[in-house]
Design a protein around this ligand. Structure first.
Ligand code: SPV
Ligand code: MG
Length: 547
């Protein structure tokens, strides 16, 4: 297609592009397509125009080329094609689907769908494909001229092309009749004449061209006389060659070979290298553009990383149960506690989950989780474990103890709390069974007032196992904003520099964070537990997990 673009206006309409192809001195080519995908493939192959073949569109819909697909069904296909390619599309409009009135409406609808031109043939509705039967009846010439004039009169874009196709040769009416009709159609306003033939040689086409003598552009469809060198058409003064159905026929061959092979093999293996990779389908259909547009138009995706601290042996009171596995891996109704915790965090939107392992680390091996290890688990605390995951403290994070379970709405709510550091605190900490393990009690700027009154989070003023006037118990779940994660990273470094990293616990870390930013308290009311002893484990096994 070489330098055909040289000297063109920078924004050329599709009808203007088709008109240029029809009228330029150089031989032009239109390649058949029958849907959006094939139209794109034709464009990528370098063609400058598309022939929307009636035969191919019908066949791809699984029906005969007998106007079995309604014209509006064809219009739907054409709309996909026009959306899929920037090329001008010349539509095979069959007979125009009726008389002059149908042609008027057809032209208007095609223009509205971005089609560049229509070819109508001098037969009667419903038509049959030209290669079927002998001596198909032709339309009355004068009546057909009315269709052409009506089409020309209903264009809103003067560049929209109307190609008049005469079937006089195919239906056995002879050369004189073909020329007489072509002349009349040209006079009725056709921009070009398509002279069709079903002979095996181009003899009658070349004879027509000689007598026609360039009165207006001539379009040909050399399906049956395919052996004629293209150079002959060029020399004979043909305007445009239509390769009318070869994309559809190629697809039939490829689809059949593939289907038969897979059916025979009961396997995809042999065929995989012979078919387009799925990535190619994504490319053709423009998935990259979707990605780009998503970045512009969709709200940015929130990435909340999850870190679970599961290094300590813990659960000494669980005795033998934690002999060969960490407490986080105790069975809770058929699944390890840690699996349930990780799943709850993921269901709340946490991604890129990291678990810090220590005691019996080989017992923790979930495929969708990353691991870092605190091999000094026996002599260090939670903050040392968190320091092993310091690289993950990047952007928003949720940090959880490895032995807690909570209903998902607790984390949903915590993630909505503004501020750089927020902790979930149980306001009902004094209710229920007295638990054996140490408790992280919290005093906040105010006590829980009831959810309806709690539109602003309270602020932590103290945390520890032995503080005055606690207003709740920290459940071991912390949310960090991107800045909160940075602050934690800074504190981890400071604690290391001060030699406190090995012994520090999370309450100490939270206490130190308070110097840089308020620690928001998100009150919850029960619906969580941690597992320190067998009674806790019994509670865990009774815990309602859905929701
Ligand atoms: C088509 O492609 O549908 C045509 C050309 O009309 S032909 O099949 O040769 O009639
Ligand atoms: Mg056709």
């Amino acid at each position: 297609m070489g330098d055909a673009g040289v000297g063109r206006p920078s924004v050329e309409s599709r009808p203007a592009a088709l008109k240029r192809l029809l009228t330029q001195p150089d031989l032009a080519f239109l390649m058949e397509a029958h849907n959006g995908l094939s139209a794109k493939i034709v464009e990528e192959a370098g063609f400058e125009g598309v022939w929307a073949s009636g035969l191919s569109i019908s066949a791809s819909l699984g029906v005969r080329d007998n106007n079995e697909a309604s014209w509006t069904q064809t219009l739907e296909v054409l709309e996909f094609m026009a959306d899929a390619t920037r090329l001008p599309i010349l539509v095979d409009g069959d007979t125009g689907y009726g008389n002059f009135n149908n042609v008027r409406r057809l032209v208007r609808k095609l223009e509205q769908r971005g089609i560049a031109g229509v070819c109508i043939e001098d037969k009667l509705f419903p038509k049959m494909n030209s290669f079927l039967g002998e001596g198909q009846e032709l339309a009355d010439m004068t009546e057909f001229c009315g269709r052409l004039r009506a089409g020309a009169d209903s264009k809103t874009d003067p560049d929209f092309c109307i190609v008049a196709r005469t079937e006089a040769l195919i239906s056995g009416q002879g050369m004189d009749e073909a020329l007489r009709r072509a002349e009349a159609y040209h006079a009725a306003g056709a921009d070009a004449v398509l002279i069709h033939s079903k002979q095996k040689t181009a003899a009658e086409i070349l004879a027509f061209l000689e007598r026609w003598d360039g009165r207006c552009p001539v379009v040909i469809v050399p399906t049956t006389y395919h052996a004629t060198p293209t150079e002959i058409f060029r020399q004979a003064g043909v305007s445009t060659v239509i390769w009318a159905n070869h994309i559809m026929r190629a697809a039939v061959t490829a689809m059949r070979e593939t289907a038969e092979r897979i059916q025979r093999d009961q396997s995809l293996h042999a065929i995989e290298g012979a078919v387009a990779p799925v990535s190619e389908i994504f490319r053709i259909t423009g998935n990259d553009e979707y990605e780009e547009a998503s970045r512009i138009y969709l709200p940015p995706e929130r990435l909340v990383r999850g870190i679970v601290l599961a290094a300590s042996r813990g659960g000494e009171q669980l005795g033998e149960i934690t002999q060969d596995k960490p407490k986080a891996m105790v069975d809770v109704r058929g699944r390890p506690l840690l699996r349930r915790l990780v799943d709850t965090m993921i269901s709340c939107g946490a991604r890129d989950m990291t678990v810090v392992r220590g005691w019996k680390k080989e017992a923790i091996a979930f495929a969708d989780v990353r691991y870092v290890d605190n091999d000094a688990w026996a002599t260090t605390g939670e903050v040392a474990s968190l320091a092993q995951a310091a690289k993950k403290l990047d952007g928003e994070c949720v940090v959880a103890y490895g032995d807690v379970l909570f209903r998902r709405w607790i984390l949903d709510g915590l993630l909505e709390v503004p501020g750089d550091v927020a902790i979930a605190v149980d306001a009902l900490w004094e209710r229920g069974r007295k638990r054996s393990g140490p408790r992280d009690l919290v005093r906040a700027s105010r006590a829980f007032q009831g959810f309806d009154l709690d539109d602003q989070p309270a602020t932590m003023t103290a945390i520890g196992s032995d503080i005055d006037g606690p207003t709740g118990e920290w459940i071991g779940l912390m949310k960090l904003s991107a800045r909160g994660s940075e602050l934690v990273g800074g504190e981890l470094k400071a604690l290391a520099a001060e030699g406190l990293l090995a012994t520090a616990d999370l309450p100490l870390l939270l206490t130190r964070l308070q110097r840089h930013t308020p620690v928001a308290v998100h009150y919850v009311t029960a619906n969580w537990l941690d597992v320190d002893d067998v009674l806790d484990l019994a509670d865990a096994r009774n815990f309602p997990f859905a929701g």
